[in-house]
Design a binder for this molecule. Sequence first.
Ligand SMILES: [Zn+2]
Length: 263
Amino acid sequence: MTFFRSRKINVIVFPPFTWPLLALLVLCALAVALGFFPAGTPVWLYYGSPLKGITVALDPGHGGIDSGAHFESSMLEKDIVLEIGLELRRLLEQAGARVMLTREKDEDLSRHCPDLSLPRHRRDVRGRVILINNSGANLAVSLHLNSIYDSSVRGAIAFYAGGNPENKRLAEAIQKNMNPLFLADAKEGQLVHQQAQESNAFYILNETKMPAVLLEAAFMTSPDDRALLKSESFRKKIARAVFMGIVEYVFGKPDEVTETPGN
Ligand SMILES: [Zn+2]
């Protein structure tokens, strides 16, 4: 996408003026027609570095001894969410953001928690919170994959803690961009989650100091979601959807948030 950078446009827009500009417009139209930009995305967001000055903390869940949800031994949550996290970092950095990843390889993070009296799992989660809170991030996204007894249940759920309306705004922006990935593939009668959900059950959401979302990006227990997750292009689509959610969150106006009474 670098060809949209304003510096390069300046180089090609100067005399002869008309043809390069026309060519650029045709290229933009082609890009939109080919689905290069998700529907409704203002193309100007792709100019330059729209996320300059923003720091994002990304937390690929699990790692090391903890595989998270898995299907047989071939599909492990810890591997898939790491891959999505690395791709998401690439997109965010390309847009000018600074990114802190809690892990860049297959490892658990318990060593970052100084309280050795706690079990490894709790030290791992606390270690993540310490890393995120020390990163100076403006927002945080923890990446996971879901599992449930009912294999027909599909889709993404962006969880957020109650209390801070910014949590909900971030969760809804990410959820909105995730939904089309599953609705496009949904079969008759399938339950596809489409709503961000408030929950105070996640330590990581309760303890992080900035707007934060825990994204369950798909259901490992659904054969249909698993079939999608196997494809590298789908995993990239997840990263792109979260990226677009973050962009929309950053550029959204807080006064556009509407609170439903009792929700
Ligand atoms: Zn998980």
